[in-house]
Design a protein around this ligand. Structure first.
Ligand code: ADP
Ligand code: MG
Length: 334
């Protein structure tokens, strides 16, 4: 008895010293969504400083790229690039360059100039561009109007009416930046999400992170829960920002650049051939890719969208069609 007790005490002290640490949580409204951060760290006050620098980075990116802030770099470019080349930061140039890469890859399904018409929509107020305005502006919706010079870091719009918006890529970019900060700070287990874009660093200390894909028509339910680690996942759906119009059509925030209207909301639309998607999740190494890809697949529809992801190494997709059926790329089909 006398001998065992101190030994047990010693062992338990030693093991608690080994696993010393805690999960740290932080939540904040930034970029028009909830940013969630969870990570493991041994030192509480150090963890607070790390949280602050991660959230500071989200706020910095929002201040540069928000279309709702008059003084953002994006707003300035939208006001001036129609008149001729304007200087842009290397960061903005790299995000536009990535966007253009996806425009080429998707034959224009992903196109940040959708905003030429899309910026006339207000989903909270239930406002949209009328038919005449849409037709008038449609020729200005075209990524080929973007003249990006990556040596000089300048941008010009060939059509003076063109506007850009980075809502389909900025949050994926931001979660990657957050993970880079966490890694530089020595963090090895973390989950960061900004709305539909999440990135996981390591696992949840011995078990995978469980990521829910929301049921697109029932907020309280998950359509699927997937175990993931060390990866990014982005979800695009027609249920995040939308209103229902007088004809009972869902007017949502993901645009088909070839029509200048929300994707697949044509009254005689393509729901019958099951190509219309209502939720798209893409899994891959970085949010900078999964974010534009989820938007792209949504616009392309089931067959073309899944084919796009099948053709990319290291990416998988889970899609839900308008009949609430779920489909996967081949790497997830077990
Ligand atoms: P969320 O913003 O809910 O995460 P997505 O990642 O799918 O969803 O991004 C949708 C956003 O992308 C829209 O709110 C808009 O800012 C932008 N967007 C909409 N249609 C397109 C498009 N065809 N190409 C590029 N960006 C788009
Ligand atoms: Mg996206």
């Amino acid at each position: 008895m006398y001998l065992v007790r101190p030994l047990v005490l010693l062992v338990s002290l030693f093991s608690s010293a080994l696993s010393y640490g805690d999960w740290h949580y932080h939540k904040e409204s930034i970029m028009g969504t909830e940013v969630h951060l969870q990570f493991w760290h041994e030192d509480g006050s150090r963890a607070q400083a790390i949280s602050a620098s991660v959230m500071g980075e989200f706020r910095r990116i929002d201040a540069a790229l928000s279309p709702y802030k008059e003084d953002s770099e994006l707003s300035r470019v939208n006001r001036t690039a129609g008149l001729g080349p304007v200087p842009v930061t290397a960061e903005l140039a790299s995000i536009i360059q990535k966007s253009l890469w996806y425009s080429d890859k998707t034959a224009g399904a992903f196109d940040i100039t959708y905003a030429t018409v899309g910026s006339l929509y207000d989903f909270r107020k239930g406002e949209r561009a009328n038919q005449a305005t849409t037709e008038q502006l449609l020729p200005a919706v075209n990524y080929q109007h973007l003249q990006l010079d990556t040596k000089q870091n300048t941008l010009a719009f060939a059509d003076p009416r063109t506007k850009i918006d980075l809502g389909g890529i900025a949050k994926g970019y931001a979660v990657d930046r957050a993970v880079a900060i966490l890694q530089q700070s020595g963090v090895t287990h973390a989950s960061v999400s900004a709305g539909g874009d999440a990135r996981l660093l390591g696992d949840k200390r011995g078990k995978p992170w469980l990521i829910g894909i929301r049921h697109p028509r029932d907020k309280s339910k998950n359509a699927a829960v997937i175990p993931l680690e060390n990866t990014a996942i982005s979800t695009s759906g027609d249920y995040e920002r939308f209103f229902i119009d007088d004809d009972d059509h869902r007017v949502h925030h993901i645009f088909n650049p070839s029509t200048g209207k929300p994707a697949a909301t044509d009254p005689d639309g393509d729901t019958s051939d099951n190509q219309k998607l209502i939720s798209v999740s893409v899994i891959g190494p970085r949010g900078f890719d999964t974010d534009p890809l989820s938007t792209s697949v949504f616009v392309l529809g089931k067959q073309k969208g899944l084919a796009l992801v099948e053709g990319l190494d290291g990416f998988e997709a889970i899609v839900i069609d308008a009949n609430h059926r779920m489909f996967f790329t081949s790497g997830l089909q077990q």
